[in-house]
Design a protein around this ligand. Sequence first.
Ligand code: TZP
Ligand code: MG
Length: 210
Amino acid sequence: MKPFDLSLYLVLDPDLCQRHDMLETARQAVAGGATMVQLRHKLASTDERIALGRALMESLRDTPAVVIMNDDVTAAIESGVDGLHIGQGDISPSLARARIGAEMILGLSVNTEGAARLVDPAVIDYVGVGPVFATPTKPDHEKPLGFDGLAKVIAASPVPAVAIGGLKHEHVQRVFAADADGMAVVSAICGTPDPRLAAHELSERIRAVR
Ligand code: TZP
Ligand code: MG
């Protein structure tokens, strides 16, 4: 399995990151300090996801960044990305693991302490915990956790956790104080005029508080 660092996790959603070219946004964000990039393309076909996954892998080949495919097991396998991220309503973790094999990273979204406690560390490599705040980026999100809720869910998880949902530069200290291993963002990088600078400022702040 490729070693992964959850510190600054960019969720690349083409429907929300239209401001810039996808591959260029990913490259810029990684150049600025993003450690992981998830391709979350809800409206695409599996073939389109495969093409984008391959292009992203090629574009980030000379970097330590890890590429994760959201939801689509077939696209994750066929594109040769480093990992897969699934939600609570998606394919079951054990079935996902059986399909992707031992070498791919597997992430799972959790929103409650109960869901975190059910995580099997033999199956799941990391959890995404959120939303910390209500976010327009994901209108159908679960109830926001706040930082206290975040800390409780993370404490219940047997695997490393990345926090997500409405997170910005000014939240870095509280995210890591809740014992998160990383912070995941869409708009804090995609919604800015300069993704490289945004990632750089976030990663410097993360380095400072850890
Ligand atoms: N899962 C929970 S919140 C969210 C996802 C994918 C969206 C986070 O986007 P933003 O723009 O960083 O609030
Ligand atoms: Mg999903």
